[in-house]
Write a protein that binds this ligand. Structure first.
Ligand code: ADP
Length: 172
C-alpha cells in the first residue's frame, strides 16, 4: 500500500514574507511531502499589501524554495477557522515558528485551542536559525518606513515591494 502523503499547513499573515518565514518554510518542507502556506485574510493594521497581493508575493518568493527543497509548496489564502482550512486541504500538521519567549504565550494558547477543536491535528513548532530568529514583519515594516536598510531581513522581492509601499505611504 502506498504511504499517505503527509501534508502540513503553515499559517500566517505574511505581511510581508521575511527571511524568518523562509527559514521556517525550508525546515517545514523537510518534514512533509506537501506544504500549504496559508495566508490569512485578516492582517494587522497598516498592511503592506491586500490579501491577493500578499498571496502573489509569497508565491513568487517561494517558487525558488520549492525548487531547492523538491517539496511541493502551495500558497493559498484562507479566511475560515484554521482547523477547518487544515482539514479541507487534507493536512494533519500545523507548523508554527517560535521566536523568543514573547511568542510562547500566544502560540501556547493557539495550539491548545486548536487541539481542542480538532485533536487529530498536531501543531509542530520550529525555530529559525539564530540569524533569522529575531526578524518580525512588524519591525521590518517600521524600519522600512523610517528609511532603514531591510535587505538582510527580507528576500529581494519583498524589499522591492516594501520600497513601493513606503513611497505610497509618503504620498500626501
Ligand atoms: P509575524 O508574527 O512576523 O507577523 P506571521 O503572523 O506571518 O508573522 O507568522 C507566521 C508564523 O511564523 C508564526 O508562527 C510566527 O511565530 C512565525 N515566525 C515569523 N517570523 C519568524 C521568525 N523570524 N522566526 C521564527 N518564526 C517566525
Amino acid at each position: 500500500m502506498a504511504a499517505r502523503e503527509k501534508i502540513g499547513v503553515y499559517p500566517g499573515t505574511f505581511d510581508p514574507i521575511t527571511n524568518g518565514h523562509l527559514d521556517i518554510i525550508a525546515r517545514g518542507a523537510k518534514l512533509v511531502d506537501r506544504l500549504v502556506v496559508a495566508v490569512a485574510a485578516s492582517s494587522g493594521k497598516n498592511p503592506v499589501a491586500e490579501l491577493d497581493e500578499r498571496v502573489a508575493l509569497t508565491r513568487e518568493v517561494l517558487a525558488e524554495t520549492a525548487q531547492e527543497t523538491g517539496t511541493i509548496i502551495e500558497v493559498r489564502p484562507f479566511s475560515t477557522l484554521l482547523v477547518q482550512f487544515t482539514r479541507e486541504v487534507g493536512a494533519s500538521v500545523i507548523l508554527r515558528g517560535l521566536r523568543a519567549i514573547s511568542d510562547f504565550d500566544f502560540e501556547f494558547q493557539l495550539a491548545g485551542m486548536n487541539y481542542r477543536l480538532d485533536p487529530s491535528i498536531e501543531t509542530v513548532f520550529l525555530m529559525a536559525s539564530e540569524r533569522h530568529q529575531f526578524i518580525s514583519s512588524r519591525f521590518v515594516k517600521e524600519i522600512a518606513l523610517l528609511g532603514g536598510d531591510v535587505s538582510s531581513f527580507v528576500p529581494p522581492l519583498t524589499e522591492r515591494h516594501l520600497d513601493a509601499w513606503v513611497k505610497k505611504q509618503r504620498e500626501p
